[in-house]
Design a protein around this ligand. Structure first.
Ligand code: ADP
Ligand code: F6P
Length: 322
């Protein structure tokens, strides 16, 4: 393996830069030339490929976003578009590709491997923590901390006005951000796709809390269950507290990555290079019980998820909301 390339694709996530840095520095140390591809698969199709040096990745470990830029290219589902991208990679004599992104990006990587024999390794980079097979994805921990900080700020004003806040957080179809932010910051209720979205039960909890003398309610709403504005209208019919809605939006994706994400990304970046050097392909890097391992990339969507712990954590978080 003489030349490899790295791209970031889909929604950016804090810590992606730490993975780029680690993979680049580790590969250069092993005598491998490293190329960056701008804007994910878009840059691959447009041949926007450039050589990365150690200097290019210095000073980026603590920066959010991705220095390689990210994009979504729906046309990548078209085999002809993928063929063009693969041809560009081959014309640049690039033998291995590291794709940092979510399961959508991994689908694209899997197809590049299966259709064109390109050696690909996926690194899970998404704030959603929705990739089956890895305990954590890069960016998730940072976003969790951002949500917790927002909850603490909201609690002050919520208490002063004795209000109920519905706080909409990201996560696509996964409720991890809402559930674990609720556990970590002592949330007062949550609505997540993995649970039944029961507004009557939520209204009952709010009523009980107020009877117990609580002055506020901070309720996390995972975007996967719907708009907090729409749910707020329905909830308003069931409670007599003053209601406010806060959508945290893209503030959740910005800023310096947490120490956890930096370490995770750094380990995963180096492991991806090691896998390519060992001739592996069609694999994704996973963190399982604090060990960095690899699995088939399609495990990200075909694997069977063990939901036992999440169910237990959900039950606990409901109890602690009261
Ligand atoms: P994420 O990687 O964060 O899940 P997306 O689902 O938006 O983000 O996917 C990112 C990109 O990956 C898409 O814009 C597209 O270029 C590529 N992609 C997604 N799904 C597929 C697919 N089924 N086949 C080929 N490429 C895909
Ligand atoms: O997948 C990451 C994510 O931030 C999701 O949580 C969210 O639904 C989506 O991306 C937002 O995408 P965009 O940045 O295109 O608005």
């Amino acid at each position: 393996m003489k030349k490899i390339a790295i791209l970031t694709s889909g929604g950016d996530a804090p810590g992606m830069n730490a993975a780029i840095r680690s993979a680049t520095k580790f590969a250069i140390y092993q005598g491998i030339e490293v190329f960056g591809i701008r804007r994910g698969y878009k840059g691959m199709v447009e041949n926007d490929i450039f050589k990365l040096s150690g200097k290019d990745v210095s000073g980026i470990i603590d920066r959010g976003g991705t220095v390689l830029l990210s994009a979504r290219l729906p046309e990548f589902k078209d085999p002809e578009v993928r063929a063009k991208a693969a041809a560009n990679l081959k014309a640049n004599e690039i033998e291995g590709l590291i794709v940092i992104g979510g399961d959508g990006s991994f689908h694209g990587a899997d197809l590049l491997y299966k259709e064109h024999g390109i050696k690909v390794i996926g690194i899970p980079g998404t704030i959603d923590n929705d990739i089956i097979g890895t305990d954590y994805t890069i960016g998730y921990d940072t976003t969790l901390n951002i949500i917790i900080e927002a909850m603490v700020r909201l609690r002050d004003t919520a208490t002063s006005h004795e209000r109920t806040y519905l706080v909409e957080v990201m996560g696509r179809d996964a409720g991890d951000l809402a559930l674990y932010a609720s556990l970590a910051a002592g949330g007062d209720g949550f609505l997540i796709p993995e649970d039944n979205c029961n507004l009557e039960e939520l209204a009952r909890v709010i009523k009980l809390r107020r009877e117990a003398g609580k002055l506020h309610d901070i309720i996390l709403v995972s975007e996967g269950v719907g708009s907090a504005y729409e749910l707020g209208k329905e909830l308003k019919e069931l409670v007599n507290t003053e209601l406010r809605i806060t959508v945290l939006g893209h503030t959740q994706r910005g800023g310096a990555p947490s120490a956890f994400d930096r370490v995770l990304a750094t380990k995963m970046g180096a492991k991806a290079v090691k896998e390519l050097m060992a001739g592996e392909s069609g694999r994704m890097i996973c963190s399982v019980s604090n060990k960095i391992v690899t699995k088939f990339i399609d495990h990200a969507w075909n694997g069977i998820e063990d939901k036992t712990q999440k169910r237990k954590d959900t039950e606990l978080a409901h109890i602690l909301s009261l």
